[in-house]
Design a protein around this ligand. Structure first.
Ligand code: SF4
Ligand code: SF4
Length: 188
């Protein structure tokens, strides 16, 4: 882990759960209006069990274990739909990132089987191409998880509707992205 993150963790020690999150990612969740816009726009709301506003309320109550062991923080795909609509301008994705990071660092049980492999495949795809190649992510994830035939019908429908690109597309500065990842992997 990088020195800067270590310093941030040191600053957060002994603080309330909300303050710890504010220190780690700069987001003040006390500005949440509990308007539930995030819940209404999240494409994964039903699967998550808790929408961001519920997690934020639990964080304010200091329910650390409850939040860090929730499925919601792992099912969130960081699509930013919620944050783009949030009237309080809360960077919800940054909070989710910090919650996953805290869950891993404190060895919290991960309720979703294989979900860590899925997140790793997403990161590796960004490392390779600078953006995600969904078809490859799904295939690699399924091979690793051993559930090759699960959701096959959904995958075929997505292919037929051209929702999945057969070939990956790369950003121009892909080598810079690879260098950033290399540096990050070395520091973690
Ligand atoms: S949309 Fe923003 S302000 Fe509204 S409940 Fe969600 S996080 Fe809170
Ligand atoms: S970033 Fe996560 S919580 Fe927000 S809309 Fe996307 S999946 Fe839902």
């Amino acid at each position: 882990m990088s020195g800067n993150i270590d310093i941030l963790h040191e600053q957060g020690r002994g603080k309330s759960f909300s303050d710890e999150i504010r220190i780690l990612c700069g987001v003040n969740i006390s500005t949440c209006l509990q308007c539930r816009t995030c819940a209404s726009v999240c494409p994964f709301y039903e699967a998550m069990g808790h929408a961001p506003h519920t997690l934020f309320r639990k964080i304010q109550y200091g329910l650390r274990q409850d939040v860090l062991t929730s499925s919601a923080i792992w099912i969130c795909v960081g699509c930013n739909t919620c944050a783009s609509q949030c009237p309080a301008g809360i960077d919800i994705v940054a909070v989710m990132d910090v919650l996953r990071q805290l869950a891993l660092e404190t060895n919290m049980p991960i309720p979703e089987e294989d979900i860590l492999n899925f997140h790793r495949e997403v990161l590796h795809s960004i490392e390779r191409y600078g953006r995600t190649h969904k078809l490859e992510i799904m295939l690699r994830y399924k091979i690793k998880s051993g559930h090759l035939l699960a959701d096959l019908d959904t995958g075929m429908i997505m292919l037929a509707k051209r929702k999945l690109d057969l070939r990956p597309s790369r950003v121009h500065a892909v080598n810079e992205i690879k260098r950033l990842f290399k540096k990050t992997w070395q520091e973690t």
